[in-house]
Design a protein around this ligand. Structure first.
Ligand code: ADP
Ligand code: MG
Length: 727
């Protein structure tokens, strides 16, 4: 086995330089493989084009005859670009993307033709019985189908035309991540538009915007493959830390290693073709850790682009002899990876509603959306936490890494002062003097450009960063659809409540519009004080304080997920038409099951490595020592102990670690067996969390100690220093 380790290392020394073809100007190839407006104008009739536009902008339906036209245009466009197949591209509840390719090819009586009709564009029925459905499909004996989502344009990847679709059961229940997201986006469009009209009657549509930042590790492919844990669990389950890690801060924003840069250049070219507007790349804090970020987009498209990107990243990595690790914590002792979700609301008139403006009225609009968001997060902090819960993200949230499992909002000192002043606004109607004072000294004082003025706080899970909120607790493996569904849903609900309250004050209390708005905002500021936290986002002090404030601190996934099926959540989703109780419960079931399976796989892999790799190696080395001691005894007789003392202590130490590994592995397997017998998915997940997982640490501890004792020559597992410092 150790030969595999050394073989892999040797392979990394001989990596060829990969030829990277880059366009002279990125702008020239941007979106070339996307059936975007330009391509549609070329290949569709005016009427068909207008139909798609209307569907994108207003959510109108596309008729079957128009779909036939569109599919013909799409087929011609993609065949001209070398596509041979098409697929509905969707995001089932596995969290990753799914596709099933069909050739355009069809036989006729006297030969064959390329065929792709409207029916095939609009709807498909993948045999999807193997996708998670949380019992929905059994209950309803329903088949699933995929349906075209015209708001996200089709694209060509490789030689396949990919058509973004939703995935639903025949009875209408969503079986994917996109459907609830689209419903949440539709909801916030309506509620935010209604509120934005207080300030500008011309606003007719609100697009929530999302700019994600994707962190990841790059590991040489051969090294990654030499480790069963990376291969099967996406992370290292053991491995002693390297003498050098990230303590010198010499990787963050450092010069990007050549191999990694070549990979990024190749990747970015593919992203350009696919219309993913990537802009930023840099080294992250940990060795071999990097980040990539695009220009923000409308949320549905941004979510699709992130899912597509993760797929493309893995494929391009293969060409560069890398494996991309998206796991939130692939290595102990160094930073993990996240996926910050930058979020805001944009109007059809081109205004960012979370950007302060140049006039008091614009600032009142800004404050309205700003404070309503804070209030929404305050009221649904536990659901937001649930939206980002996963076995892998547990290693960041609630473990020894920022951000914590407690959701709080950071707004910086300037805006804190503004909210403090607003909190003192008088109850009821305001006198002209009050209003002038407010406008001059509070609302008028918000600088137009907050970007450079906002304090930088890196530990807050939900921070205001000048013209957007940044949800930082999202994990690097996450599908952004989940947190985005929750965030847009809770803000939507909040804006509906706000509108009702303001209208009530205007109508019943005869208040002026801005008086009413100030009065409602004042109460929100008071009500949501507990969620605002400007301090260091992790550590015991904050945990204690958060508890006093009544904020949740759900450190593990099984604990966090429960909020997804609370009465409060069900009524939120039902009221807004985002999910039914059946859909909500099915998703919960899927997520707790997935959690247990994750831990189960990790437990099995760890047990295998500990028993079949580590212990036999330790024994082999112990035998060398025994032979040595025996030899010394043969030569030196009774004086041998003076010479063999250290070896004998090593022999004993090794035995001690072996014993502990064996004992804990046996105990872990017993706990797994007990957990597997439990029918109830929620209880099983809890057992895996509370009873199985704790053994990971103890088993690892002893394995890592052995790594330090055993001869490097025979250690079978590629070491941290090799994984992290060999590219
Ligand atoms: P950092 O957070 O690293 O300081 P930036 O503030 O420049 O970096 O932006 C980070 C991300 O925020 C980028 O992906 C960018 O596209 C996104 N972003 C900027 N403005 C908005 C917005 N109005 N809505 C959503 N995302 C945005
Ligand atoms: Mg950021």
């Amino acid at each position: 086995m150790s030969t595999l380790r050394f073989h892999a290392i040797k392979e990394t020394f001989n990596r060829p330089v990969i030829d990277v073809q880059e366009p002279e100007r990125r702008s020239e190839i941007f979106g070339k493989n996307v059936f975007n407006d330009a391509a549609m104008r070329q290949h569709l009739t005016k009427d068909s084009f207008r139909s798609v536009q209307d569907a994108v902008l207003n959510g109108s339906k596309i008729s079957r005859s128009v779909a036939d036209h569109i599919s013909t245009g799409m087929k011609e466009w993609s065949i001209a670009k070398g596509a041979t197949h098409y697929t509905h591209w969707f995001q089932p509840l596995t969290g990753i993307t799914a596709e099933k390719h069909d050739a355009f090819f069809e036989t006729t009586e006297d030969g064959a033709i390329e065929k792709f009709g409207g029916g095939q564009l609009v709807q498909q029925e993948p045999d999807a019985s193997s996708f998670p459905n949380g019992g929905i499909r059994n209950t309803f004996e329903a088949r699933g189908y995929t349906a075209w989502d015209p708001t996200s344009p089709a694209f060509i990847f490789g030689t396949t035309l990919c058509i973004p679709t939703v995935f639903v059961a025949y009875t209408g229940e969503a079986l994917d991540n996109k459907t609830p997201l689209l419903r949440a986006l539709q909801s916030i469009d309506q509620s935010a538009t209604a509120v934005a009209k207080y300030f500008d009657k011309n606003v007719t549509k609100i697009n929530p915007t999302l700019g994600w930042e994707q962190e990841y590790f790059l590991i040489d492919k051969a090294l990654a493959k030499s480790r069963p844990d990376i291969n099967l669990a996406g992370r290292t389950l053991l491995g002693h830390s390297s003498a050098k890690g990230q303590q010198l801060d010499d990787h963050y924003f450092g010069s990007i290693p050549r191999r990694a840069l070549d990979y990024m250049r190749d990747l970015e070219t593919e992203c350009m073709l696919l219309g993913i507007p990537v802009k930023t790349r840099h080294n992250e804090v940990a060795p071999n850790q990097f980040e990539l970020a695009p220009i923000f987009e409308e949320t549905n498209l941004a979510v699709d682009h992130n899912s597509l990107l993760m797929d493309v990243m893995s494929k391009i990595a293969d060409r560069h002899n890398f494996k991309v690790l998206f796991h939130e914590k692939p290595f102990a002792g160094i930073n993990g990876s996240g996926k910050h979700n930058n979020w805001s609301l944009a109007t059809n008139t081109g205004i960012n509603l979370l950007s302060p403006g140049s006039t008091p009225m614009k600032n009142l609009q800004f404050l309205t959306f700003f404070i309503n968001t804070i209030k929404a997060v305050n009221d649904y902090e536990e659901l937001l936490r649930a939206a980002i819960a996963s076995a892998s993200n547990d290693h960041r949230l609630g473990a020894n890494e920022a951000p914590p499992a407690i959701i709080s909002v950071f707004i910086g000192s300037q805006l804190t002062n503004v909210l403090d002043a607003l909190e003192k606004v008088k109850n009821g109607k305001l006198s002209p003097e009050d209003k002038t004072d407010l406008k001059l000294n509070v609302v008028g004082k918000i600088p137009e450009i907050l970007l450079d003025n906002t304090d930088r706080n890196r530990t807050s899970p939900f921070a205001f960063t000048g013209n957007k909120f940044e949800f930082r607790a999202v994990g690097s493996t996450a599908n952004c659809a989940k947190p985005m569904t929750v965030l847009n849903a809770i803000v939507s609900r909040q804006l509906i409540a706000f509108k009702t309250q303001v209208d009530h004050l205007i109508k019943e209390e005869k208040m002026k519009k801005d008086d009413a708005i100030f009065n409602v905002l004042r109460e929100y500021i008071k009500d949501s004080k507990r969620i605002r936290f400007e301090g260091d986002g992790y550590g015991e002090a904050w945990e204690k304080e958060a508890k006093k404030r009544g904020l949740s601190n759900n450190k593990t996934t099984p604990e966090a997920l429960k909020e997804q099926i609370s009465k409060k959540t069900i009524s939120l989703y039902e009221e807004l038409g985002i999910m039914s109780k059946v859909e909500i419960e099915a998703r919960y079931e899927i997520e707790v099951e997935e959690y247990a399976m994750h831990i189960q796989i990790e437990g099995r892999v760890l047990g295998d490595i500990a028993r079949n790799h580590v212990i036999p190696t330790a024994i082999k080395y112990q035998n060398v020592l025994i032979e040595n001691v025996q030899g010394l005894k043969d030569i030196y007789g009774k004086d041998f102990k003076k010479l063999a003392g250290e070896q004998m202590r090593l022999i004993e130490a090794i035995s001690g670690h072996i014993e502990n590994i064996n004992k804990d592995t046996t105990a872990m397997i017993e706990e797994r067996k007990k957990a597997n017998k439990i029918e109830d998915a929620e209880k099983r997940a809890k057992l895996y969390c509370d009873k199985v997982k704790p053994y990971f640490e103890t088993i690892r501890y002893h394995c890592d100690k052995l790594e330090l004792l055993v001869d490097d020559e025979i250690w079978p597992l590629t070491k941290y220093r090799e994984l992290l410092f060999t590219i």
